[in-house]
Design a protein around this ligand. Structure first.
Ligand SMILES: *Cc1c(COP(=O)(O)O)cnc(C)c1O
Length: 375
């Protein structure tokens, strides 16, 4: 038995988006970011699909996600972007994950653990080229790269940095970060005999920053069908456009006729001004349909938009279907995200109602609801 609230993830959209990214990347390798359960789309399913399309590596936040990917049979390098600390080193080496290091502190223990297993562990270094969040500063970079290269059982396989503003096409910041990254890593040529992969571009870098693809790119949001700068990015984009992969739907559980002047739900946040037909949906903030969407969001029923009225509660949401052409019945499908008939609600639109970005809406819906792969 499954919930009435259902997230569907389109396999063909994921494949299409990978192909769009691959074309933009030129010859650069592709490392899909599958952290946060694949931005809510299902980490293991997405990794399998992208692996079959030729992904060169995967990026996760924590080591535990990498272990899950290994258990699912993913064989590509898996970069652990966050939390390479004494508590995770054993797991990282045991599961043959690739630690991203930001200083020399973890090198001796990584070396010892790799030596015990008689393997050479690939390591990536994170450079802070302007993000200001994590990583080694440019002044200390060469010393760290050298330390990795000269530590037994370790090998410098890559150097990465991250863009803070790649979603802003107008900003000069990305060109500056790219310049810093390329300048700082130039010294590597004599350290690594060219085997070390340089990677900097997230989706914004891949789509908007000239020359940022380097040896490998790290798209996340684009693979799931959204532009890093939201609806504006989609409007400005040249075909082939990215295809949103997630759809979130529920079912009408009751249809009520209420008179004018009826207060609806908690706090009576909405009062009808006419005799109204109200459809009740079994979805709420427990499912990621956040309370901030009260009196703001819209859903699609019978291929037409209907506004959410009143307070969204833990598991119930009301929509005003008075203006819909056809009469709404119990059991009818209501689409919260995605397409129904000729109408579509994108995560960018929901994100605007939520005062956030598509990423957050996708993570919430995908991780809090029953999910299935389709087509
Ligand atoms: C999440 C992440 C990405 C992907 O960013 P998108 O904007 O989703 O493309 C790339 N690199 C790093 C280091 C990340 O943490």
């Amino acid at each position: 038995m499954r919930s009435l609230n259902r997230v569907q993830v389109s396999r063909s959209a994921l494949v299409h988006n990978f192909e769009v990214c691959r074309r933009l990347a030129g010859g650069a390798a592709i490392m899909p970011l599958v952290k946060a359960d694949g931005y809510g789309h299902g980490m293991v399913d997405c990794a399998r699909i992208f692996a079959a399309q030729g992904a060169a590596a995967f990026g996760v936040a924590e080591a535990v996600e990498g272990v899950r990917l290994r258990e699912a049979g993913i064989a590509q390098p898996i970069l652990v972007l966050a939390g390479v600390i004494p508590q995770t080193l054993e797991t990282i080496v045991e599961a043959n994950l690739t630690p991203v290091v930001v200083d020399q502190a973890m090198l001796p223990e990584l070396s010892r653990l790799a030596g015990l297993r008689q393997t050479t562990l690939g390591v990536h270094v994170k450079l802070d080229a302007g993000m200001g969040r994590q990583g080694v500063l440019p002044a200390d970079f060469v010393a760290l790269a050298q330390a990795v290269q000269t530590t037994a059982n370790l090998r410098l396989d890559g150097v990465m940095a991250h863009f803070p503003l790649a979603d802003d096409r107008q900003s000069a910041n990305s060109a500056q970060v790219l310049h810093t990254f390329v300048e700082t890593t130039a010294a590597l040529a004599r350290l690594t005999s060219g085997k070390c992969r340089l990677h900097l571009a997230n989706s914004g870098g891949l789509f908007y920053v000239a020359g940022a693809c380097l040896d490998m790119v790290r798209p996340g949001i684009a693979l799931y069908g959204y532009y890093p700068d939201g609806a504006a990015g989609r409007t400005a984009a040249a075909p082939p456009l990215l295809q949103p992969a997630m759809r979130f739907s529920t079912r009408v559980i009751q249809v009520r006729q209420v008179p004018a002047g009826s207060g609806l739900g908690y706090s009576q946040l909405f009062t009808t001004i006419r005799p109204s037909t109200i459809a009740v949906l079994p979805v709420g903030y427990d499912d990621g349909y956040l309370r901030v969407l009260s009196n703001r969001a819209q859903v699609i029923i019978h291929g037409q938009r209907a506004p959410v009225v009143g307070r969204i509660s833990m598991n119930l949401t009301l929509v005003d279907v008075t203006d819909l052409d056809a009469s709404v019945q119990m059991g009818d499908e209501a689409v919260l995200l995605g397409r129904q008939g000729g109408e579509e609600i994108a995560a960018d639109e929901i994100a605007a109602w939520m005062e956030t970005i598509s990423y957050e809406a996708l993570c919430l819906f995908g991780k809090l609801n029953d999910r299935e792969l389709v087509d």
